[in-house]
Design a protein around this ligand. Structure first.
Ligand SMILES: NC(=O)C1=CN([C@@H]2O[C@H](COP(=O)(O)OP(=O)(O)OC[C@H]3O[C@@H](n4cnc5c(N)ncnc54)[C@H](OP(=O)(O)O)[C@@H]3O)[C@@H](O)[C@H]2O)C=CC1
Ligand SMILES: CC(C)(CO)C(=O)C(=O)O
Length: 330
């Protein structure tokens, strides 16, 4: 292992691929590159790839002047070589396809870290690689892809992760912390994933349905009542799977997250999907809880309704966008 690393400062320089170089992948990618790691992006959006490879990636952080970062981005077909770490940051419904597409670059030494939101990512990873290669985590970093080659970022964030099988992940954690990614390890990542899915099941669909940033959502006098409606159901569903969903801890995190110095000015990733006419991760969040609820006879009327409303919104926005494009083409 050592020979693939070049020692700088007090951590090892790693060869890292970010598979899914969209909003969040690009943010983490430039942070890792700035810390001296060799980073490439893997993505499928041709215009985005072309913009970055031609003019660099533009990052606008809060009110700061835009900054350019130069790093190679390519499609899964074009990528070659061996990587110490592949960070998966596709939307959850795209994870299986991405893992299939990058199979040629995964060697038995490669570690793969999934940070996508929602439930079920570890099971998908386990269909493609050995358990000892899998790291799973959750992140509170945020980012918005505003146009090909440009992301806007707000506040700061953190990552909590765990190796799923038997493996020493200290070099990876150190490397990521060298990039100020605020990584902590946990020995109960499943609870952390349910906790984060609880946060997302409140903030993501409600920001779409209320057309609100996180901070704006927080100004609604009944924001926490709605959060409780959703979270109390998730707690009951979690109990059927042996997961303890701590509502007070989730509410405490929601309150922290919606502060402007954290992610208050951010519009969640689901809001961005709806705006771009894409399908969302709702079936891996509220929709997942509603489905398990049905299987286990736990009533989940709030999560069921929220899931239906987001699917309706997907349809409405996709039809609207298609009409706009038709008008554009005339
Ligand atoms: N954005 C945020 O602030 C946060 C996001 N997250 C989570 O992180 C994950 C990523 O989110 P985000 O960065 O917003 O998502 P984006 O949609 O911006 O980025 C995902 C990128 O992956 C690409 N991609 C997906 N599948 C493939 C494939 N098979 N081959 C090539 N490229 C592929 C997509 O390209 P294409 O569009 O062409 O498919 C897209 O550019 C999600 O699970 C999200 O919930 C978590 C915390 C905050
Ligand atoms: C901002 C945050 C943490 C919650 O909405 C997120 O995970 C997302 O944007 O998907």
């Amino acid at each position: 292992m050592e020979e693939t690393y070049l020692t700088v400062r007090n951590v090892l320089t790693m060869k890292i691929a970010i598979a899914g170089f969209g909003a969040l992948g690009a943010r983490l990618g430039v942070k890792l590159q700035s810390a001296g790691h060799e980073v490439i992006g893997i993505d499928g959006w041709a215009a985005h790839i072309a913009a970055i490879n031609t003019d660099g990636l533009t990052v606008v952080h809060e009110d700061n002047a835009p900054k350019k970062y130069y790093l190679p981005v390519m499609t899964p077909k074009e990528v070659d070589g061996e990587f110490d770490l592949i960070i998966l940051l596709t939307k959850t419904p795209q994870l299986n396809r991405m893992l299939t597409d990058i199979q040629p670059i995964i060697t038995p030494k490669t570690k793969l870290l999934v940070l996508s939101n929602g439930l079920g990512n570890i099971e998908i990873m386990a269909q493609h690689v050995a358990r000892d290669q899998i790291l799973a985590g959750v992140t509170l970093w945020t980012s918005t892809l505003v146009k090909p080659g440009e992301i806007h970022t707000t506040g700061s964030g953190s990552i909590k992760l765990q190796a799923i099988g038997e493996s020493d992940i200290t070099p990876i954690v150190d490397a990521m912390n060298e990039a100020h990614l605020n990584v902590a390890t946990t020995n109960d990542v499943l609870t952390a994933i349910w906790h984060k899915a609880g946060i997302n099941s409140v903030l993501n669909p409600l920001s779409v349905l209320l057309n609100a940033s996180l901070a704006e959502f927080g100004t609604a006098s009944n924001a926490m009542d709605m959060a409780l409606n959703i979270l109390e159901e998730i707690r009951e569903v979690g109990a059927t799977r042996g997961i303890k969903v701590d509502i007070n801890a989730i509410i405490a995190d929601l309150i922290k997250l919606i502060r402007p110095e954290n992610a208050g000015n951010h519009y969640p990733s689901m809001y961005q999907d709806i705006k771009n006419g894409k399908y969302t991760e709702i079936d891996f969040l509220n929709g997942y809880f509603a489905k398990v609820g049905r299987q286990e006879n736990v009533p989940t009327p709030f999560n069921t309704l929220v899931t239906r409303m987001i699917h309706a919104k997907e349809d409405i926005e996709r039809v609207k966008l298609a009409k706009q494009q038709e008008t554009f083409e005339i």
